[in-house]
Design a protein around this ligand. Structure first.
Ligand SMILES: CC(C)(COP(=O)(O)OP(=O)(O)OC[C@H]1O[C@@H](n2cnc3c(N)ncnc32)[C@H](O)[C@@H]1OP(=O)(O)O)[C@@H](O)C(=O)NCCC(=O)NCCS
Length: 211
């Protein structure tokens, strides 16, 4: 979808918007986002629970990460990685993904997010996650949306809960990097279509539990 109105401040013409929330624009990444991603992944606090806090080298962003992000737009309609822009400032805040996991089913997308530290604590991850979950079920034909994080990533788990996902399981897998708290494992949260429809009905005040 092309942006029909004026582009968000700080963004050039031709920006391809995926969706908007009250405070955020989620747009496609472009090849011009290298610096944004280098800065995001350059903060050890941001990637603490991703790789133990090792800043991602620029070459990896240029040669691996960004090409992979861009490839999603070729491979899928509606799924991929989306750059987050703060409407009020035009600033790049980070990204969300809603994508079939590698080797996974296209109707069972995985939600994920990574925001710069200055954007934390404002409800942005919850706001974007809710909008993506809605998009997945209402427009993209998803059967189930899930998300995973480390057990010890309390902030990420809270976002999942606030976005309406439900705890599914704790799992253990080898992590490619040593990460503080890895011995506690990972956790999966998910929501299926029927649960989402029930949440929507409750939110609209239409849901009446059976007597
Ligand atoms: C996890 C992250 C996305 C949260 O983003 P955010 O925009 O600050 O989250 P929100 O403001 O929507 O907060 C949602 C809830 O989580 C809570 N929360 C957020 N970070 C928290 C933390 N570090 N510890 C405890 N609670 C936290 C908030 O208080 C809020 O709950 P409340 O309304 O009950 O108070 C952000 O910290 C981040 O990008 N971290 C680095 C990357 C990362 O770990 N991504 C997840 C990998 S799986």
């Amino acid at each position: 979808m092309r942006l029909t109105g004026p582009p968000p401040r700080g963004e050039g013409c031709g920006v391809q918007v995926f969706l908007e929330t009250g405070r955020l624009v989620l747009r496609r990444f472009t090849e011009s986002d290298v610096d944004n991603l280098v800065e995001l992944d350059g903060d050890p606090q941001v990637i603490r629970f991703i790789n133990g806090g090792r800043p991602t080298p620029r070459e990896e962003i240029e040669n691996d990460f960004l090409p992979a992000f861009l490839d999603y737009y070729r491979r899928f309609t509606g799924y991929g990685f989306w750059a987050v822009i703060e409407k009020s400032s035009g600033a790049f805040l980070g990204w969300f993904h809603l994508r079939p996991p590698p080797g996974g089913s296209p109707d069972e997308p995985e939600l994920g997010y990574r925001l710069r530290r200055s954007a934390w604590g404002k409800g942005y991850a919850t706001e974007g996650s809710r909008a993506l979950i809605r998009k997945a079920f209402a427009e993209l034909g998803a059967r189930r949306v899930f998300a995973e994080t480390m057990v010890v990533n309390v902030g990420s788990r809270r976002v999942m809960e606030k976005a309406g996902l439900r705890f599914v399981r704790v799992f253990h897998q080898p992590w490619p990097y040593p990460i503080e708290g890895e011995e506690h494992g990972g956790v999966e949260y998910a929501l299926d279509r029927a649960e989402w429809e029930q949440q929507e009905a409750e939110a609209a005040g239409a849901y009446r539990p059976a007597p």
